[in-house]
Write a new protein. Sequence first.
Length: 280
Amino acid sequence: MQTSIRHSTQATARNGAFLSLDDMRRAAPAIFAESAHESRSKRYGFIPTEQMISGLMAEGFNPVSVQQANSRTEGKELAGKHLIRFRHAGTHQVNDVFPEVVLLNSHDGSSSYQLMSGMFRLVCLNGLITCAGEQDSIKILHKANALDQVIEGSYSIIEKAPAILDAMQEMQSVDLNREERTIFNRAALALRYENEEASPITPSDLERVRRTEDVGPDLWRTFNRTQENIIQGGLNGFRTDANGRRKQTRTREIKGIDQTVSLNRGLWILAEEMRKLKAA
């Protein structure tokens, strides 16, 4: 039977709190799986995600958000891909942003342990993934020493957080004119949709401001408006049906783990390249 992903379940801590094991168990039961999916061979090294979380918590990395992709395939509810975001006790927010470590894993062979850098913006309770590409993530095979590698990799990501926060602050000082914002948003739509004709919305729709803190022409606010409007959806637009008729529609929230990660990565690359271009 083919796997068919429907949506995902998630839980996020609020007001500076951290998630308990019970919180995570309800939202992402695959974290607590006791074995790999039956499709895995005997050579597959099963390392429970719960073991990684316990080890990271002992090092001061506290879980603040979990997400699990759901599947219609029987038996995969305890094997599906899951994502956990951690905030280290030694890190502090800059403006309204906390640096985070993002851990991705599965027990069905669809993912090794993967570590990525992230940021959490308090004003919109929105999580970003800031690693620019595959070379900026750390992949760890399911082997006996996986926990040590996950802890080491998490510290490595935290050590790079100041450089990412510096890039964020530089973006705040870079203003974009209307044409530059349109170019930015056209590129963002290309990441989301197959082509421009497939998009039900226009670049200007991504300028929608959801809160007063996001009013302004600078690159950081442009990036945040665009990222949130694409990921959260809820924008009114039009689609053309098979008969060539235009019908009103509403963009959907992105809930899949893979698409969320890839869109976040693409948008961060876009923002970083625009920052470098403007600096030059």
